[in-house]
Design a protein. Structure first.
Length: 115
């Protein structure tokens, strides 16, 4: 197992389950992670939150949540749940701070995969 996968595991990612789903294809998995880092839904979520567009923010956050779950990015998944659930109820208060935490986790993910 590569250093990157070990670092992702230490970060809290579900490497075992994800590698099983991906046929132990580490190269493909890392390509998926790179695609996720560049995912425009991060920007869509931030823009929608700033604009107060709860529907668009929910759609973006819900999409990200599903992507994170599929590739075992547990820390990002759990943080996104903290955004999705209030939005599901039409609530937006306090979500700027939650989005900032999500972006910090994304930055940490970028650090891990760039090594």
């Amino acid at each position: 197992m590569s250093r990157q996968l070990e670092d992702l595991r230490a970060f809290g990612c579900d490497i075992d389950g994800t590698m099983e789903r991906m046929g132990d294809d580490e190269e493909f998995y890392m390509e998926c992670i790179q695609d996720i880092i560049a995912d425009p839904y991060f920007d869509s979520l931030g823009t929608a939150l700033k604009a107060g567009d709860v529907k668009l923010a929910f759609d973006a956050a819900h999409t990200l949540k599903g992507v994170f779950a599929n590739v075992g990015l547990t820390p990002l998944f759990e943080q996104t749940v903290r955004i999705v659930e209030p939005l599901r109820k039409g609530q937006r208060d306090g979500l700027d701070a939650e989005f900032d935490k999500l972006m910090q986790l994304k930055a940490r993910l970028e650090e891990i995969v760039s090594h």
